[in-house]
Design a protein around this ligand. Structure first.
Ligand code: ADP
Ligand code: MG
Length: 369
């Protein structure tokens, strides 16, 4: 096995904090698609560890490699045009070594996933009850009657009103929020030891989003189930995760405990994501700060820091040289930046960019849209 772009494995939180074996260990994960334009490295040398009973957020703009990371971990990518290297282990099981039959045995009891689009995750011509019971019948070999009783119990747990009636209904008879509750019930049905939720609320109304996120958090706590919560919205992981990874263009840009990240973010990219969170105290006509510019395509080789062309802090060095992941204060907080937010170097970089006309006096980028 080879580890392209590897500078050696990143030290993990679990190494330093507790003796419990971690639930999920990802080391030097790299996934490349063969595309007509050439190889596209969607996930580039990603390493992280998920500790028992905790929730980890993975945050980044659309296209940053979050879903491909999740699918690589699950081994849910098509075989034909994909190469994945590196290590993935779930509760000590080496996912990269498993064949199709062994993987199917993992999906459900060991690791389950909730996707963005509830309708696409459900079978339109199968009754809700049968879909929720299916995993139990496959993995636990229970009778029809027992499976139906368990399905009823699960629908109750995920907060579906009149669950008895819903058992015999079809997905189109439910609202989007209720469908996502059903998808969560299916994911929980085999009592997974790890749950990965990939933008579980992106397709839902704002009012329903918080309810579904609360449901996931409640289930995570009740079941003492580790959770990977993937989102493009930094606001979603606040208060719902213990640790956050910020991804950009296939790379981990910053990793920290959630309160530390919000209090002391070091990466200008994290700051840019933070600035794009709608703030309730702003009047409703306030224009949302979106990050100017576009992410790189990941087909052409990238020189320097991947975020540099869109970064308010970037200096010449950033276009030439890619910073390594370095610890802020301790090994639990790492980031890739020569001019980190809130440091004298960072402040000086902003000052230089103001005086050379790259930034407006207010500190916004000029000439990038
Ligand atoms: P995110 O989930 O962060 O929005 P993804 O992980 O879905 O981003 O995608 C990362 C990159 O990989 C994107 O540039 C996307 O176009 C590319 N990609 C994803 N799936 C495929 C595929 N099957 N074939 C080719 N490129 C893909
Ligand atoms: Mg995605």
């Amino acid at each position: 096995m080879s580890y392209p772009n590897s500078d050696g494995p990143v030290d993990t939180v679990a190494d330093t904090v507790d003796d419990h074996a971690p639930v999920l260990v990802v080391k030097n994960l790299t996934t490349t698609f063969a595309t007509p334009r050439g190889p596209l490295t969607a996930v580039d040398d990603v390493s992280f560890t998920l500790r028992r009973g905790t929730a980890l957020g993975i945050v980044g703009e659309s296209g940053s490699g979050k879903s491909v990371t999740a699918r690589s971990v699950m081994r849910l990518l098509p075989k034909s045009n994909v190469t994945t290297t590196g290590e993935v282990s779930i509760n000590g099981i080496d996912m990269m070594a498993l064949g199709p039959k062994e993987l199917r045995a993992m999906w459900g009891p060991e690791v389950a996933m909730v996707f963005q689009d509830p309708l696409g995750s459900l079978n339109p011509v199968m009754r809700i009850g049968d879909q929720v019971a299916e995993g139990l019948r496959i993995h636990h070999n229970v009778s029809r009657k027992e499976a139906r009783a368990a399905a009823l119990q699960l629908l109750r747990q995920v907060g579906i009103p009149s669950p008895q009636t819903r058992l015999d209904e079809y997905p189109h008879q439910l609202s989007g929020g209720m469908r996502q509750r059903v998808v969560i019930a299916i994911a929980l049905s085999c009592g997974p030891k790890l749950l990965i939720a990939d933008e579980p609320t992106t397709a839902l109304d704002v009012t329903v989003q918080a309810q579904i996120l609360d449901l996931l958090s409640d289930q995570q706590t009740e079941r003492h189930m580790p959770l990977v919560l993937i989102t493009h919205d930094l606001g979603v992981v606040a208060g719902r995760t213990q640790e956050v990874i910020v991804m950009y263009a296939g790379r981990i840009m910053e990793r920290a405990r959630t309160p530390v990240l919000f209090r002391d973010m070091k990466m200008p990219y994290t700051e840019a994501l933070f600035r794009s969170i709608p703030k309730v105290e702003y009047p409703s006509h306030t224009r949302l700060a979106i990050i100017p510019g576009r992410p790189p395509t990941m087909v052409e080789p990238i020189r320097g820091c991947r975020f540099a062309p869109r970064c308010r802090y970037a200096q010449d060095r950033c276009l030439e040289e890619e910073p390594e992941l370095t610890p802020a204060v301790d090994r639990d907080h790492v980031y890739r930046c020569f001019y980190p937010v809130g440091t004298p170097e960072g402040e000086q970089a902003l000052e230089i960019n103001r005086s050379n006309g790259r930034l407006t006096p207010e500190g916004e980028l000029i000439g990038v849209s």
